[in-house]
Design a protein around this ligand. Structure first.
Ligand code: 4AD
Ligand code: MG
Length: 433
């Protein structure tokens, strides 16, 4: 017997095949049973007719949700069926039947978020979570295809680091043998600056950590970030790459994951407009827009979540806000030559209230300036000696950015909270399962 996946069942219309999966749901209608099976690639409805297959009918009738089983049956196209196909079941082989006394905890009724998060290891089996995880996979594939296609070299950067990259308030600290304190990386950027001086254009892609005390729908303590870095580049090159990159990723998901977006009920018209060019506005202009829209922001302040939402609402695609006050940005940002109080940094804000998905910009390439910034920020110059070396030996203007995968997945999927954008979210009050 041919084994098929539910996602690829269309190739077997009219044939008898076996699928390997789990019972997702079961509806009874007199002498007919309508079991739904899932196998991770999709959900298919089966039909069991009592008078044709009485033994199968008796077995299936007593099966419980999430029972693991192999199901054999004849595939037939049916426009009314979800997924477009149905299976006329002729045989079942049960691997593990779940006893009714200790049933699968996640039923088809509504459950609260805490109940589901406590059972995240099971929750990921539902069609909605399957769709999100498949879209995440596609986003990651698109990230790699885009950067690889543009000639970037992937160089992995360390997770244990001796120094802070994005401020000292969100560092996770641990003891590192006789070497003293180590910190979980907040960003691979500083190492990317070394690898891009070695290889031209590089990126790192891995988990990053922030001891964020904020309990918002946009923050995780562990999240995945992709960070490209380019030698001989400035802030405009970063903005050019950002818009090519983000539109490529959204285009890929639209092209390859339409069925999953449909499962999520995502409004595609909100994604179809994500085309180059993206609007570019200065921080000054952004503050003016926010004031007009009633925000309490004053020049010099950082945008709150509400401000990012207000700005995002102005545009039908991501907006790039550049040239922030240096005082609210990281120590490594290159000052604007015309207005040194501004940093050549850029944030990309997604529409529909999703806020910042990318942060980046041009880095300081002058040794003395970088040294004085390290001291002003109260950072230990010894820990940055290697980083300062990059400004001693063939320093060039260079630039790059970091994009948070969960932020992008949330936005593309239209999620309420970042916690659904990763299989096992790590948050202020959650480290289980
Ligand atoms: O803006 P951030 O802090 O920038 C950096 O870390 C730079 N060193 C990157 C670089 O230039 N190479 O973080 C970059 C992105 C944010 O725009 C956001 O998408 C994501 O990382 N991010 C978070 N995602 C989830 N939870 C958090 N706590 C996040 N903090 C940042
Ligand atoms: Mg940022």
């Amino acid at each position: 017997m041919t084994t098929a996946t539910i996602g690829g069942i269309g190739k077997f219309d009219g044939q008898e095949v076996t699928i390997q999966g789990w019972l997702y749901n079961l509806r009874e209608a007199g002498k007919l049973l309508f079991p739904q099976f899932r196998d991770g690639t999709g959900v298919i409805q089966g039909v069991v007719v009592k008078k044709e297959t009485p033994e199968v009918f008796e077995t299936v009738k007593h099966l419980t949700q999430e029972t693991s089983m192999r199901v054999t049956g004849k595939v037939r196209a049916d426009a009314r069926a979800p997924g477009g196909y149905e299976m006329q079941v002729t045989g079942v082989e049960v691997l593990q039947r779940i006893p009714p006394e200790d049933p699968y905890p996640i039923t088809h009724k509504e459950h609260g978020p805490d109940f589901l998060l406590e059972r995240r290891h099971l929750w990921i089996r539902t069609p909605r979570q399957n769709a999100i995880l498949r879209i995440r996979h596609e986003v990651i594939r698109a990230v790699r295809d885009c950067l690889d296609g543009e000639g970037f070299i992937l160089v992995d950067t360390p997770i244990f680091t001796p120094a802070a990259c994005e401020g000292t308030t969100t560092l996770f600290e641990c003891d590192y043998f006789d070497e003293g304190k180590a910190y979980l990386t907040q960003s691979g950027q500083l190492y990317n600056e070394a690898t891009s001086a070695a290889l031209g254009k590089t990126y790192c892609f891995g988990p990053t950590f922030r001891a964020e005390k904020s309990k918002t729908r946009r923050h995780l303590t562990e999240f995945w970030m992709v960070e490209p870095e380019m030698s001989y580049a400035g802030i405009d090159d970063v903005m050019d790459l950002c818009e090519r990159f983000v539109s490529f990723i959204v285009g890929r998901v639209l092209e390859r994951r339409a069925a999953d977006l449909a499962t999520l009920g995502r409004d595609l018209s909100k994604l179809q407009t994500v085309l180059t060019p993206f609007p570019r506005i200065s921080y000054d202009d952004a503050v003016a827009i926010l004031k007009r829209k009633g925000s309490a922001i004053e020049w010099g302040g950082d945008f709150g979540n509400a401000d990012e939402t207000l700005l995002g609402e102005e545009f039908d695609r991501p907006v790039m806000v550049h040239r922030y006050p240096a005082a609210i940005k990281a120590f490594y940002m290159q000052p604007d030559a015309d207005r040194p109080e501004l940093a050549l940094g850029v944030d990309v804000l997604a529409p529909e209230g999703y806020g910042e998905i990318i942060g980046g910009g041009q880095r300081i390439h002058d040794y003395d300036l970088l040294m004085s910034r390290i001291k002003e920020h109260g950072l230990p110059p010894e820990a940055f000696a290697w980083y300062l070396d990059l400004r001693k030996y063939g320093s060039v203007p260079h630039a790059g950015f970091g994009m948070g995968i969960e932020r992008v997945v949330s936005w593309i999927c239209g999620l309420e909270h970042l916690r659904e954008a990763i299989a096992f979210p790590r948050m202020l009050y959650r480290i289980y399962p």
